[in-house]
Design a binder for this molecule. Sequence first.
Ligand code: PPS
Length: 567
Amino acid sequence: MTPNHTPVPELYVSYDSAQKLKREAAELPSWDLSPRQVCDLELLMNGGFNPLKGFLGREDYDSVVETMRLADGALWPMPITLDVSEKFADGIEEGADIALRDAEGVILATMTVTDKWVPDKAREAEKVFGADDLAHPAVNYLHHTAGKVYLGGPVTGLQPPMHYDFKARRDTPNELRAYFRKMGWRKVVAFQTRNPLHRAHQELTFRAAREAQANLLIHPVVGLTKPGDVDHFTRVRCYEAVLDKYPAATTHLSLLNLAMRMGGPREALWHAIIRKNHGLTHFIVGRDHAGPGKNSAGEDFYDPYAAQDLVREHQAEIGIEMVDFKMMVYVEDKAQYYPIDEVPEGANVLNISGTELRRRLREGLEIPDWFSFPEVEAELRRTSPPRSKQGFTVFFTGFSGSGKSTIANALMVKLMEMGGRPVTLLDGDVVRKNLSSELGFSKEHRDLNIRRIGYVASEITKNGGIAICAPIAPYTATRRAVREEIEQYGAFVEVHVATSLEECERRDRKGLYKLAREGKIKEFTGISDPYEEPAHPELRVETEGTDVDNCAHQVLLTLESMGLIKG
Ligand code: PPS
């Protein structure tokens, strides 16, 4: 491969034109870009997605979905589409200009809408990702996050999206090309990653560079990766630590603001084209490149080496050379890493999977020295503390007067006595006095109330605190939504306070049941409004015949068995 130093075409206009266009664009219909669309737009504008000149029009889209090529025959495997809501699309005629804004409302580009259509998403999923299976993150996104209508057309770039983090580590394709030229690097091999680098990766990348007699670019994705991945802030600190392990001046680190789709073989091909645009001559494709994990039947979506086969087939056309690698494993007897197909016969092989690594981090277990670097391990432990140091939410649910607040208060005091983490109680009544003071008890208002509580609890959990919530929360679906939100950051412990309606009414501490029976309070849970019992809570407490202290103790035991507190 020859070095590629000529600039790649960008879609930006000059600074002066951009200022003028921005003023004019203030009048245009505006689309607020999703986080994925911001990533796509940045790479469209800076030439990372060359030869695309905008979001795909219908003819190109159909052709890409069916044949991995644009309508003019150019190789392009991934549909880059501007999905919008029906409401927005209704007001847009083909031929109209629209403004594309980031989350803060800044106009990044304008687009002339040449095409507007409702895509067949099931076909897109089948053809592009191999199956219309919601276990695939991109298919799930396609059906549940992406808008119903696609708009296509050429983009005029006004300014790149603003990044406040790691500015010095971000390069456009042309900046990277200029860097390679300045350094005199004629051959450069790129390593794509969405994970922290451990010793196996360092060994693999170093071998790849040696094989290709090239310099090395660590080119991690910091846009959107697979849900559940280590956040990019932590990863970049890890990459910076590993950079020191390579021989001086052989290796460069640059961050790529790509929104991955986890599309396996097609995605590998796409990555190779993107790297070609960034001036790379070689590209590493390892085992299960951009793999999305298991499908809903528990099987791999793609053959682990299908990505290598597809890139091999097209590498000459793209103009980049693939460096393929088998999985690297540690051979204990040799104290060295080997590709799995080169392991000496009879040797004892060690490996730690991503799942196993996460388990060890979660449980605070040892990570052996042969697996990672001490600096990387320290970074990961900082962001993934063991469960006993992570935040979590205890979510009580049950009838009014069931004893939720009383048990929640006792639990709060016990947890505060233990110390170590801040504790916040979001009691039903208290929340309704401040956070939700304008809400009533219709289904819609109850859902809003619970979602607000869920949001606050998720923030507390994210930041390492303990949130105790004690609303009625009568609807299963809403409780599930809150669980999903919180489980991104820590454990969600649902406690059903299972006091029967008869007992709550007999106690009638606040006199509300009497009023509800008399019809003076409408939509009263259990009397004139539904309560859906949790089917599988982490704990169900029976309060009849059990004192509060004991109920709170049962919750503590559950927390202990889940590893959330130390006994
Ligand atoms: S919900 O459904 O989760 O939003 O309810 P929540 O925010 O927990 O509020 C319940 C408290 O408000 C009082 N209250 C009522 N409860 C149920 N239905 C009706 N119509 C109603 N009107 C007022 C009641 O005192 C609840 O307090 P708790 O602490 O549950 O006894």
